[in-house]
Design a protein around this ligand. Structure first.
Ligand code: ATP
Ligand code: MG
Length: 426
């Protein structure tokens, strides 16, 4: 197939037969977030490259290898967002949201772009739902967003999912831990991949996040960050666990979780699905207390998470989770002749403004082909409309499920559909 007829590698088309499922996931996410007080924010798809380099961190895979960066016609370096936290932080500072009443709670949905090796659950354009909470330092805030992530997953039908938590401490404890890691990995330097050799000097903790199997093997016996937490960070982590216990949320502590972004402090967490193969993390998040200040905002704590919509969809598909029934055409009018087609325009316009999905033939086909089409789109009711029906003001409404016919007045179609729909519900 010619290149022009093919989507770019790593991008996905969402076709009409599955788009309702995505809408279901996305609206459940926004609905659940609003129960916790999070309101939607929409930020641009691209930002100045510096926004990501500075905030995601220049030792991360994202910044080193994965960004879609280009120079625009005005000579600016622009990057398509690889995630939404950096843009969101830029936005809440720029518009002064973080100078008002705290906490500020925002959530978002949107496309992200990363030049990665495409495979199941790993795309170059994917979508995230996420939340960010600004100005809350208490462990209760960490537990609150974890509860929200869990409830969002449950609301869409993902129940069999494990929560893994860790604390990577503050810059002070990380400093000590970094030295210990460096000592450990230096002993094994020959076995590390080239990227990790570079990380050893710049940010040894990144090595724990490497996907290379040999690096993973060596990382297994590396010192654990939990042994290096200062009193304040240890107490915070303990508080998070107590709040999770109070909420009845089960978790395991996994000291290997460091998350892929540089800006995290203290709590980090992931929700992992056993149902989608290698790319099993559906949600990742944590606290990033230094980020707002480092971006030029006030010195306030912050935390958040993001989940990959496509990975949620894979999990749902692989577990055969049920989706709500899709909307169907309430009434399809099969028309006989020009006059009837004009009348159908009038009737459908009225029905649609009353909130019914109505349709009729706009391809000038014969009756048989029209009925076949009505069947194909799963119309709930059909009605044949010709000169006789227009003259008498009455027609037969046919229930496509059981074949039953009811004579209806054309002027009362809306009321009749309402009654029939009520009956079918009860
Ligand atoms: P991974 O370890 O899988 O590379 P990550 O640490 O890079 O994930 P984050 O930056 O924390 O991921 O993004 C949050 C979520 O977004 C991930 O948990 C995942 O569900 C989703 N995600 C990240 N990268 C991709 C991608 N390339 N394609 C699809 N979903 C993705
Ligand atoms: Mg990644």
């Amino acid at each position: 197939m010619a290149e022009i007829n093919r989507a770019v590698k790593g991008t996905n088309d969402i076709l009409p037969d599955s788009s309702a499922k995505y809408t279901f996931i996305e609206s459940k996410m926004l609905e659940t977030a609003s129960l916790y007080g999070f309101r939607e924010i929409r930020v641009p798809t691209f930002e100045h490259t510096e926004v990501f380099v500075k905030n995601v961190g220049d030792t991360t895979d994202i910044v080193q290898k994965e960004m879609y960066t280009f120079t625009d016609k005005g000579g600016r370096s622009i990057t398509l967002r690889p995630e939404l936290t950096a843009g969101t932080v830029r936005s809440v500072i720029e518009h002064g949201l973080v100078n008002g009443a705290l906490p500020v709670k925002v959530c978002y949905l949107g496309g992200c772009y990363r030049y990665e090796k495409p495979q199941a659950g790993r795309l170059r354009e994917f979508h995230q739902f996420g939340v960010e909470c600004f100005g809350a330092a208490s462990p209760a805030a960490d537990a609150e967003i974890i509860c929200l992530a869990k409830q969002s997953l449950n609301e869409i039908g993902i129940n069999d999912i494990s929560l893994e938590i860790n604390s990577i401490g503050c810059p002070d404890c990380r400093n000590e831990y970094g030295k210990a890691l460096k000592r450990y990995f230096e002993k094994n330097i020959d076995k590390l991949c080239d990227t990790c050799k570079d990380r050893l000097n710049r940010n040894p903790m990144r090595i724990l996040d490497c996907k290379n199997p040999e690096c993973k093997e060596i990382a297994k016996d590396a010192p654990t960050v939990l042994d290096y937490l200062c009193d304040d960070c240890a107490e915070h982590f303990d508080g998070v666990k107590k709040h999770l216990d109070a909420a009845g949320v089960k978790y395991t502590v996994n000291p290997r979780i460091v998350r892929g972004l540089d800006y995290y402090t203290k709590t980090v967490f992931e929700f992992v699905s056993g149902d989608i193969g290698a790319q099993s993390t559906v949600c990742g998040g944590g606290r990033y207390d230094g980020l707002v200040k480092s971006m030029g905002g006030p010195d306030i704590p912050a935390l958040g998470f993001a989940m990959g919509i496509e990975r949620l969809m894979l999990t749902l598909q692989n577990t055969n989770a049920p989706f709500p029934e899709e909307d169907k055409c309430d009434l399809y009018i099969a028309t006989l002749g020009d006059n009837a087609q004009k009348e159908a325009t009038k009737i459908c316009t009225a029905l649609r403004s009353d909130g019914y999905e109505a349709g009729f033939d706009i391809c000038n086909r014969g009756l048989k082909a029209q009925m076949k089409y009505a069947d194909k789109i799963g119309a709930l009711y059909t009605m044949v409309l010709g000169d006789n029906e227009i003259a008498s003001g009455e027609a037969k409404l046919k229930c496509m499920e059981n074949g039953e016919e009811t004579t209806v007045k054309l002027s009362e179609l809306s009321d009749t559909l309402f009654e029939l729909k009520c009956k079918s519900v009860f």
